[in-house]
Design a protein around this ligand. Sequence first.
Ligand code: ADP
Length: 357
Amino acid sequence: GTLRKKFITKTNQFHKFISPLKNGEGNKDTIKYNRNKDSMKRTKPNPDVECDEEIDKRLKNVDPKMIEMIQNEIMEQSPNITWDDIAGLEHAKKTIQEAVTWPLLRPDIFTGLRSPPKGLLLFGPPGTGKTLIGKCIASESGSTFFSISSSSLTSKWVGDGEKMVRALFSVARVNQPAVVFVDEIDSLLTQRTDGEYEASRRIKTEFLVQFDGVKTASLEEDRILLVGATNRPQEIDEAARRRFRKRLYIPLPEHEGRFAIVKNLLSKQKHSLTDEQIHEICKKTEGYSGSDMDGLCREAALGPIRVIGDIRTISADDVRSINYSDFLDALTQVRASVSDRDLELYNKWNLEYGSLS
Ligand code: ADP
């Protein structure tokens, strides 16, 4: 689909990439690359350099069907998210910029003592912007974004999960700088070692091998950042935990964060709410996550629709504005999804293992 089109467009431009599957689906011998040798160093592409078509070693042993799947479903060229799209979380944003975004942009400066972590763990309640942050890092650093959930590795790719992990990192290496975002990473790196889940164990082992292979210490090494997100950090075993040098707590939004989220969502709609009324809503939504706030606004936005007599004939201009009482109604329907008990667990884990800066 579009991702694929985007991919071909961009890589043609920068890497002179030719889709491995263009001629002869599934035939490994036809995986040919036409690459600018210096492309990985991000020098300006030189259209005059003639390149031999060669098989890229990094993809030679990878199943072309998997490459195709990764390009179509998992890979996204720099998604269009900026730090401004993420409300609140000022501390996390600043830390992430310094620790990972700038190093991806300027690997020549961030060497030695300044060398960036290979892994960033984002933990906290669901719906607080962890995925948005992953996308934003990719977007702001001009990286290719790969997004996969652990459950799809263990369930969708039954039997092939291990191969898939290898394929994913191979494609990421070819498209670096890259951000590999793994959702629900706890289930991949769990401390439970159930004998019956031999396949999961093998996926985990492969994942750690690939993770260790991802070095970002100097220019010569791969510029791949692994971003793991989890709602259950306590499930991650010690060996895996140590590999994430940065472990950042992504908490529920504060009043100001909730305000920014509502304000932003309403800016795209006809509404009559004053800032004071929005502040009132924020006072009533202590404990709501970003996605709870999103749900609340969606529910409120249906208020004006519910009073329409005949939806088929009304003109769009006659739909009334969303107002404060729509929000009061919505508040009776949409509740905070995170429990106090869970919040206690996150705080405790953060004190013990979280990175302060
Ligand atoms: P997570 O990965 O932490 O579960 P997401 O990043 O997928 O959460 O967020 C889910 C949705 O909630 C987003 O698409 C967005 O609409 C909203 N959201 C959550 N946190 C924020 C935030 N800090 N700023 C803006 N929107 C947010």
